[in-house]
Write a protein that binds this ligand. Structure first.
Ligand SMILES: C[S@@+](CC[C@H](N)C(=O)[O-])C[C@H]1O[C@@H](n2cnc3c(N)ncnc32)[C@H](O)[C@@H]1O
Length: 261
């Protein structure tokens, strides 16, 4: 692992995920359907930078991957087969121009201190393309916000819209990634058809939004009661037969050819 300093000399040991990232790898892992979409978006590029790599989910095993991650706690949860990791931040990538065929940033953009700078850095170090998997705003009502209304505003904070991104990056491809009903990853909307999962503290621990919600107990108790009495099933019956739902997750692909900062 490289130095625990970023280019500004600011220590990375206080990274937010050093606090909220404990136990992340117990509930957060690659969903194979989403993974296939990411690999396909990466194209033929053989050496890939994974920015905000966390514990290594979605790192393709058939490419040469280098991971970049600020949090020591997240780095400590990377498995023995995970890609080599450098401690650092998206905003100041410790690589020279055109070092990688491609870069990917998965469910990380909203955590960056300066997403504009991070995206420009990512495009600087790639030769071909950058692939982001990110959330851009609710495209369907998510029932969990009926129990935790603050999820809406908390979710929106830090997540740039495609229009915001276009002002910095120009044109790019942006395609919906519906969340399967049995999604193997454990991000915020993963359990949309498995409501009891949100009662599990380990599930909530692996979702950064919950770290910002106070007084969860009374709302969780209401959810538990609604599940027990059938109120939840009755109220949200329309989603119970769906195989997947579009809750605003998007795969964005930025091509280097013809790209200008
Ligand atoms: C929700 S986790 C996603 C991890 C991994 N990409 C995945 O899909 O499981 C967000 C990650 O972004 C990292 N992160 C936060 N700020 C960052 C920054 N400025 N530059 C790069 N990564 C950052 C966090 O430490 C954390 O590991």
């Amino acid at each position: 692992m490289a130095s625990p300093e970023n280019g500004s000399g600011k220590s990375l040991t206080g990274a937010r995920y050093d606090t909220i990232g404990k136990g992340y790898n117990l509930r957060r892992r690659a969903d194979p359907r989403i993974a296939a979409r990411i690999v396909s978006a990466l194209g033929g590029g053989q050496n890939v930078l994974n920015i905000g790599a966390g514990t290594g989910s979605y790192e393709p095993s058939d490419r040469q991957v280098v991971a970049l991650e600020p949090s020591a706690v997240m780095i400590s949860q990377r498995g023995v087969t995970a890609a080599p990791v450098i401690q650092g931040m998206a905003e100041q990538l410790p690589f020279s121009d055109n070092s990688f065929d491609a870069a990917m940033g998965l469910l990380t953009l909203h955590h960056w201190t300066d997403w504009q700078a991070g995206l420009l850095e990512a495009m600087r170090v790639v030769r071909q393309r950058l692939v982001l998997f990110s959330w851009v705003g609710y495209t369907n009502d998510f029932w969990l916000t009926d129990y935790f209304p603050e999820i809406g505003p908390i979710s929106s904070e830090g997540f740039p819209t495609p229009e915001d991104i276009a002002t910095v990056m120009g044109s790019f491809e942006c395609v919906p990634v519906p969340v399967p009903y049995d999604c193997q990853d454990g991000f915020l909307c993963s359990y949309w058809r498995r409501p009891a999962a949100y009662l599990d503290p380990m599930v909530r621990q692996a979702i950064s939004t919950f770290a910002r919600i106070g007084d969860q107990e009374s709302r969780l108790a209401r959810l538990a009661t609604d599940l027990e009495t059938g109120v939840w099933a009755q109220k949200y019956a329309t989603i119970l037969d769906a195989e997947d739902m579009d809750y605003g997750y998007r795969l964005m692909t930025f091509e280097k050819s013809g790209w200008q900062a």
